[in-house]
Ligand binder design. Structure first.
Ligand SMILES: Nc1ncnc2c1ncn2[C@@H]1O[C@H](COP(=O)(O)OP(=O)(O)OP(=O)(O)O)[C@@H](O)[C@H]1O
Ligand SMILES: [Mg+2]
Length: 145
C-alpha cells in the first residue's frame, strides 16, 4: 500500500525510550486528526510493541530498535517495530492470550492488546535474528474536514 508520509526512529532498548516512542507515534498520528480514543489506542499498541522489544528481544544487553510510523493512503496508520534480538520460536503460541516467557510482572497480554486496539497485526520473527511487528489502524475521517 502506498505510503504518503513516514518517520523512522532508531533508539537503544532502554526503558526510558518507551514513552518517547509512544509520544512520537502520537505526534505523527496528529496529522490524521484522530480522536482522543483513536490516538490512545495507537499509543497503547505502540507501548506494548516497544516494551516487548525492550524486555524480551534483548534480555541481557542493550540492542537496536527501529520504529517506523507511516501514513498510508486511505487515512490509515502503519506502525512497524523492529528489533535484532533473540526472536520468537513459535509466533502463533506467543500471540495467544496469557502466554508469556516473562516473569510474574508479565501478563502475556501484549499481543492480544495490540490485536484488539489495531485493525491488523503481523508478527514476523526469526529465532536468533529478530522480530518485526507491523500494525495498521484506520483513522476515521471527521466531518467537515
Ligand atoms: N520482540 C520480541 N522479541 C522476543 N520475544 C518476544 C518479543 N515480543 C514478544 N515476545 C515473546 O512473546 C511473548 C508474548 O508477548 P506478549 O507481549 O503478548 O506478553 P508479555 O510481554 O509476556 O506480557 P505483557 O505484554 O502482558 O507484559 C513474550 O513473553 C515473549 O516470549
Ligand atoms: Mg508484552
Amino acid at each position: 500500500m502506498k505510503k504518503e508520509n513516514y518517520v523512522s526512529l532508531e533508539f537503544p532498548s532502554r526503558s526510558a525510550n518507551e514513552s518517547f516512542a509512544r509520544a512520537a507515534a502520537a505526534c505523527f498520528a496528529a496529522q490524521l486528526d484522530p480522536t482522543l480514543e483513536e490516538v490512545n489506542d495507537v499509543k497503547t499498541a505502540v507501548s506494548e510493541a516497544v516494551t516487548n522489544a525492550i524486555v524480551h528481544a534483548y534480555p541481557d544487553r542493550i540492542g537496536k530498535i527501529v520504529m517506523r510510523v507511516a501514513l498510508l493512503e486511505g487515512h490509515a496508520l502503519e506502525i512497524v517495530v523492529k528489533d535484532w534480538g533473540v526472536g520468537i520460536e513459535d509466533v502463533e503460541k506467543a500471540r495467544e492470550p496469557l502466554f508469556t516467557t516473562g516473569n510474574q510482572e508479565r501478563a502475556g497480554m501484549g499481543f492480544t492488546i495490540m490485536e484488539s486496539f489495531m485493525d491488523t497485526l503481523k508478527v514476523r520473527s526469526v529465532p536468533g535474528k529478530g522480530t518485526t511487528v507491523t500494525m495498521r489502524r484506520k483513522i476515521a475521517r471527521r466531518a467537515g474536514r
